[in-house]
Structure formats: structure tokens, C-alpha cells
Design a binder for this molecule. Sequence first.
Ligand code: FRU
Length: 500
Amino acid sequence: MKKIIVSVFLALAYMTSPAIAQEFTEKYRPQFHFTPKANWMNDPNGMVYHNGIYHLFYQYYPNDKIWGPMHWGHTTSKDLVSWTEQPIALYPDTLGYIFSGSAVVDKNNTAGFGKDALVAIFTHHDPVQEKQKTGKHETQSIAYSLDDGKTWTKYKGNPVLQNPGISDFRDPKVRWFEPQKKWMMTLATKDRITFYSSPDLKSWTRESDFGANEGGHGGVWECPDLFPIRHEGKDVWVLIVNINPGGPNKGSAGQYFLGDFDGKTFTPNSKETKWLDFGTDNYAAVTFANTGDRNILMGWMSNWQYANQVPTDPWRSANTIARDLGLKTVGKEIYLTSFPVKELDGLNGSGFSQKNVKVKNQLDLTGRANNKTGLFRLDFNAKNTADFAIVLANESGNELTVGYDKATNQFYIDRSKSGKIDFEKGFGEKHIAPRFATGTTIPLTLIADVASVELFADNGLTVMTDIFFPETPMSKLYIKSASGITVENLKYTVVKPSVR
Ligand code: FRU
């Protein structure tokens, strides 16, 4: 009972805390994806569910809209779709900038800060030492909050994990490992992952390394995550490793490994390099802590290849829609699936559905959709696989194409004619993704905001997230197929802007 009262109180406190008034009328401003009101944002950090509130912290530079000395910005939500920006949680200090990391709920008061304290575990990045090339400029530190994330106190004994001489030594993701009653830290250490354990979040012991000879190595390993998902009667451990550059369509991307974890060592069950998302705009994606059986993923909807140049003002970057993760066996392999959280349905507006639609050449949905803003969700099953494309277009002649190519058995997103592309030479390209599912019907969900599309094909077996910058809203919508397809269970839904 006491717990319920506390959570109701905290939920109310957050609701009534002065929400930062925002018009959100600026060009390219996403309407149902989180963006900071102003200035630079990158990775999601410290995502944790506590007392009825989802907390999202993020890499933030409050003085400019390019990357700079990193802080942890903070925003909260009750439903993962409507966010209220909160005051900055962590500021740089004498140990350095506040780089990426995670947060946990210390239910057993292992650290001694208080029962149920929120504890943030992050990287201190010291720019002075970086210049001196000591190779030891990144260390791990902690901070705690006893008022549900409103204010934070940095631990006096920081850093809690010194650097042994590895130039990239960062982005701790911590979780409780119940079988051995200890904390596990998954840390990105240049070209591999190092696991550490701790009884109290303050003293850490190295357990093992993973990955020097596994997966993609086209860039540095960053922002990892480790958690189990129950699949066919047993726990499969998922190890997410973000990598920059070296993604499947260039630049930044997230790969993952599946296997076993025994509190010391991660043992992969496959040699295949697997990707969370084949689009170019889902980086540093990790999961929320303390969400029970749900594993909820959210990423930074940009790419280091052009993040500092995207034509938005006065802010830069948005996050992806939150996604529930699952596992699916296809042949001998298991893959991760991601699908938009059901909470997104709370934004559903008007729409229409149709059972069986034959598409030969072109089906123009613009009139029925009657949607000037171009914020929508489209679900359908494409029967008897053949080439097809979904085209978003506008009055300015911009086009964004999301499609399936039967000959190569690939999905794609082509943003080469999608509007403003000239701010970076590699931006206006076509991105491709393999199809893993084998059925002749392709179920498909597409989520479109002002400046992004997120494709969930085959119930989330193949995912692509791409941003784009149309000159005017993408108010026109077509399904095209030269050879012809039958579209089953077509459902078009307007997505309303989220409340801020
Ligand atoms: C990933 C990353 C992290 C680092 C942070 C700095 O995008 O490079 O490795 O902690 O961004 O802002």
C-alpha cells in the first residue's frame, strides 16, 4: 500500500512539475518521438522504470546544437510516448564529461545509499587526460537519487572503476544477476566487451572478455546491453553491441549476439553477425531497466556520419519509438524481433481498414487517408510475395520509398529523393535489409512521423529506421506494385502528436 501511495504521489509530482511549454511547430520537429526542446542530444542513457514512471536520460549538450561537453539530460513518461522534459540530471565535473551509462533500482540497498535508490552508472570522460594521451581518460563512476531521479548526488569515491590503459573504455550497462546475487556490468572496451561484477556497485571485479574475434569490427564497440529473454522454455541471453562505424548500411548501427551467460562468461550460440536494425538511424539502442518480463528498447534516431549536420533547429536528434523485444527461431538460427510498444496505440486517431485489396501498378491512399501532416501507422499483409513499394510523397515533389525486392529477397528504404539531403554526401542513399522469414505473405508495419519512418517487417524480424527531411509534410501515400500484389488486412491509422 505504501508503495502505491508513493508511486501515485510521484506520478502526480511529475505531472504537475512545470512542463516546458513547447509549440513544436518548427520545421522537421518530430511529433511523437522524443526530442529535446533545444540543443544537442545523442545516446539514450540510464533508462529505468520506477514508481510508475519511465525515466529517459540522454547525452546532452545544453549550450549548442553540436556535440560538446556531455551532460545527462532527463525526460519522463508514464506511457513511453508522451515525454516531459526535466532539469538536467548530471553535469560535467573535475573527473570529466558525463558519457553514456545506465541506471538501476537498488532494491536491496546493496550500495548503502538507501533502499530503492536509483543508481546511475556512467563513464567519466576526462578531456584533459585525453589530450595527454594517457590512454586512461575514461573511468566508470556512480551517482544516486533518493527522490526518484529529480536530484542526483555523485558518489564521493568516484571513479569506482579505474581504466587499465584502454583508450575506449565506456558505456557501462548494469543489471542484477539473481542466481549469484551480484551486479553485472557490461562494458565496451574498444574492440570487445568486458564483464565486471560487484556486490555493491562500488567495487568491481573483472570476469571475462568477449568479442575480439566475433561479430562486426568495422568500428569501435560502444553502448552494450545484456539481458535474458525466455524462448522455447529456456533463457537466451542477448548481448547488444553498438558499433561505429561499420553498420550494414554504413555508419553507426547495433549488432547483437545470442547465447548463454553464467555470471562470468558469455558463450554465443552462432557465428552469424546479426543486426538490431538495418536502417541508418537507430544507434546506441539499449533497454530499460526494471520492466519485469518486458524488454523495451529505444535508440538514438541518428548516425554519427551526419548527426552534427542534420538541418534541424534549434535542436538536434530524436529517439526511436520504444520497441518490445522478442525472439524467433527461423531454421537453425534465432533472431531478435522488435515491435512498437502497444502504448503507441494511445495516439491512434482516425483511420480505415480494408480486407483484400488488389494492387496492380498503383493504389493511391491519399484521399482516404486525408492526412495533411503525414503522421500515420500502416499495417498490412502482402500476399504472394512480389515486388512492392510504399511511397510517401508531398506537394514539393519529394518521395520516400519503402519496399520489398523479390529477386534479392530484400527490403529497402530509398531516401535519395526525400527532400533535403545535401548536408552530407552519403545521406541521400538507398538502404537495404535481408528478409529472414520464409512465408509467402509478408506482414508489415510502418510508422511515419514528420521526419522518420520505422519499418517492422515480418512482425519485427527485419527492422529499418531512417530519418529524412521533406520540404513539406508527406501528405500523399501510395502502394505500388508493377507485377501486382494482394494486400490483406490493410489498416491505416493517423497517429496524433504526443502530449508534452
Ligand atoms: C556513442 C558514444 C558513446 C559515448 C557517448 C559520448 O554514441 O560515442 O560511446 O559514451 O556517445 O557522447
